[in-house]
Design a protein around this ligand. Sequence first.
Ligand SMILES: [Mg+2]
Length: 417
Amino acid sequence: MKIHRRDLLKGAAALAASSLPARLLATAAEGVAYPYLGRTEDYEDFHIIDPGLTIAKIESWTQGSYGIVRVTTNDGRQGYGQLSSFEPDLTARVLHRQLAPLVLGSDPARIDSLVDRVIDANMKFPWSYVCRALSGVDTAIWDLYGKIKDRPVCELVGGKTDPFPVYGSSMRRDISPEDEASRLAKLRDTHGFTAFKVRLGVPTGHDQDASPGRTEKLIPAVRKAVGPKVRLLADGNSCFTPPKAIAIGSQMQDQDYFWFEEPCPYWELEWTAEVANALTLNVAGGEQDNDLAQWRRMIRMKAVDILQPDLCYIGGFTRAWRVARMGQKAGNLVVPHSSHLSLVTLFSLHFMAAIPNAGPFVEFTIEGDLDGGETFYSPALKVIDGKVKLPDGPGWGITINPAWLERAAYTKSERQT
Ligand SMILES: [Mg+2]
């Protein structure tokens, strides 16, 4: 095969361009843009603070289900963030071994480049634990921005700390339809919730139910108990094949539900698209998805109507912001996944206060703290009249409980000078 010199030069140019992944790549000759890692064509990288600082230290504290991260700059400024919940000790090992060498010495002002560099450098270890660890760094840098600017994170990106509506999210399948319906009706009255989510089937359950006929009984029982004005959502947690999901979704449509979440195994995008296409009911999904190119595919094929990035699973505020921008272009609402009372719910409140395509509420668990105690930060989030007021302090606006930090396992990575 004959290779022309021009082709060789083109290849060299492409290679050079690919070493600059944080930029929108375009081929000058054709004017074709290749927005990278979930950017839309008009995406502009964040410039919240002036460049010039460097990240000098990364610390982590892990305990139970949670992991806290602190970044410190060369001039001693600090910000707190959170690793994804669950297996935080493993996540912290990834943070210090695979991320810290890439992050230490970086300028925190260039957060888009920083998060992309972590993804690029870990091409052999895509997504899950890398993104779980990255969320700690990214959210700590956003806290740092808020502290430097003396403003809440949401205000840095156009939002306000006004009370934001939340939906009461049930995590239980070991409860009868009657008992679930009556406890939700009580919470409507005591806390003013105007929306609830219930659980159908069994997680990745291959069409099985938690008890015989529970799903079909639960859908009308909850509607009857809470009345016609409450918005109802239901989560399949990857349980169903398309025929079963469509049958259940039809019942939900008859009962005026607002969305059907993760009806099929989430990696079966075509199954989910089939369900979404067959129903008028909104299909919601994406909580597990942390590959931004996969998000682009999901949106383009209309597999989901409501986008549910988890700000920690996906690798932080910055990467979730790109999902919101993709959704905005395509006409999708966003309601992040925030299924427990760690900082992920707080991050989601700031996020939703700022994005233009925010859905009507933020997910708020009704099961209390994941580790069975008080939340590890203050002020704790409180539901009043169905809404949660965002803290007004700088950054995320909270303080990590010092006693919690004292009991936690501590690890530090520091820049060698
Ligand atoms: Mg879910």
